[in-house]
Design a protein around this ligand. Sequence first.
Ligand code: F6P
Length: 550
Amino acid sequence: MQTDASPQPQNPTNLPIWQQLIATQKSFPKTRLQELFATDPGRGQRLNVTAGDIYLDYSKNLLNDEILQSLIELARQQGIEAMRDAMFSGKPINLTENRAVLHTALRAPADSQLELAGHNIIPDVYQVLQRMSDISQQIRSGQWLGHTGKPVKNIINIGIGGSDLGPVMATEALKAYSQRSLNVRFISNIDATDFVEKTQDLDPAETLFIVASKTFTTDETMTNAESARQWIIGELGDSAAVARHFVALSTNRDQVSAFGIDPNNMFEFWDWVGGRYSMTSAIGLSIMIAIGTDNFMDMLHGFHAMDEHFKTTPLEQNMPVILALISLWYSNFWGTQSEAVLPYEQYLHRLPAYLQQASMESNGKWIDRQGKPVTYTTGSVIWGEPGTNGQHAFYQLLHQGTVLVPCDFIGFQESNNESSNTQGTHHDKLIANMLAQTEALAFGKPASDVAKDNVPDTLVPHKTFYGNRPSNTLLISKLTPNTLGQLIALYEHKIFVQGVIWNINSFDQWGVELGKILAKQIYGELTGQPPAPHDSSTTTLMQRYKNSSK
Ligand code: F6P
C-alpha cells in the first residue's frame, strides 16, 4: 500500500469533544422533544437549513444548539474540511486501493480543470458524455437499428450493485421524464429468473443490451451477459448480431474486447469512480437513454450544485454535514443501529435500496484508516419503503417498538402527477400523512390524553404513544432530474462525512470478497470438482442440494 498524501483523521474517541458528547448524552435522554419545543417556540423556524431546492427541517431531533455545535466541532477536529478538499482535488484518499475519489469530477462544468497525474480529466468526462448523448439520441429517435434492420426499443442494462442500483433508482425516479416508447429494464441477479422474466416477452431483434461493469469480471454480470449473447445469437442466427445488440460500460477495455464487444461501443469510465458512486459516469447510460441528454445533464447540474454547497458552505449550514452529524449522534451516542429512509414519493421506491449500497458498502467497516480495529460503532443498517405503504407495514415498530430508529422523511411540494377525486387530493393527502407521522413520532400521545378519549383503562397503555422519536424532514420543490441529483449528492456527501469522522475508508469494499471466492469454490464442487473440506453444516447442505437437484 502506498502512502496517502492526504490528511489523516484519527480515532475520534481520543478527542475530548467525543468524551464530552458522551457525557452530554447521558443527561439528555431526560429531555423530551415536547419540552424542547415548548421552551423554545422558535425551534421549528430555527433548526433548518436550505441547500438549492432542498429544505431540511432537523428540529424534531433529540438535540439542542449546543449539542449540534459540539458535533460540528467534532467534525472540524477530525479534519473534515481538509479531507473534503483532498477528495475534491483528487488526492488518493482511497488508501487501500491507492485511488483518488472523484465522482464529483463527473458533474463538474465543462470548462473546469482537474489535473490527475498531470492530465486534465474534465475533457475526458465530456468526451464520454458526448458519445453517450450520440447513442442515446440514435436510440431515442429510432435510428439505432438492430442486426435485422429493426429499430431498437428495448434497452436492458445488465449489471449489479453500483452498476445497477443507481440506474434502476434514477430511471424509476424520473419515469415522468422518460420516453415512454422505450422499454428500459434491468437484469442484475444471477438467478436465471431475472433474465428469463425480463426477456421472455421481447423481440431480440429490437433489444439492446448494455453490459455495465466497472471491472467486467463480476460473475453475475458476465453470466447474464453470456446468456444475453446466446439469446441474441440463437434467436437471430448470426454471431455478427452482437455488434448491433451490445454495448459496454466499463473501465476494463481488454475484458470488453475479450467478451466480443467492439471497443467503439464501449463507454469508458475510470478507476477514480467508485462503483456505488458511478451513476453520473457512463454507468448512467440507461438513464440518459430513458430521459434524454438534456434531462441527464440537468441531473448532473443538480449533483454539481450540491457538490458546490458541500465544498463551500461553512459546516454550520452545510446540509450533508448536518445530516451526517445527526445520524452519527444517534449511532455513536444513543446506540441506534439502523436508520429508515422514507420517501413520500412513489417514484423514489428504489431509493432505500440504492442508499443501502451507498451507505452500507461504504461505511460498514471495522478497520480504521491506520489498519486497526475500531472501538466504536460505524455504518448503520439503512432500510425503508415509500410512504404511505410503510405506514401499513412497519411503522408500528417505529411508534411503539423497543428500538429507536431515526428516520429521514422525504417529500415534495409539487407532484408530477396531480390528481384528485371526490375523496380528495392525492398529493395533499400524501404530504399530510408524512407530516402527521413526523408529528406523531416526535410528540406521541400521553396516557392522560388517551384516557380523555373514554378508552377503557386496560387499553390505555396499548393506545399510548411515548413519542420522542426523532426524524429529519426533507421538503423538496418537485422531483425533477435536477432535484434528484441534489438529493443523491446530499446523501453521497453525508456518507463521506461519516466515514471521515469514523476514520475509515469509505471507498473500498474488501468485505464482499470472501463470499465471492467461496462461491466460486463451492460452485466447482457442486458441478463435479472433487470436494474440499468445509464445516459440517456447509458439507451437509451441499450434499443435500446435490442429491436433490440432479
Ligand atoms: O461486489 C461488490 C461490487 O464490487 C460493488 O462494489 C460494485 O458496485 C459491484 O460489485 C459491481 O461491480 P462491477 O461494476 O465491477 O461489475
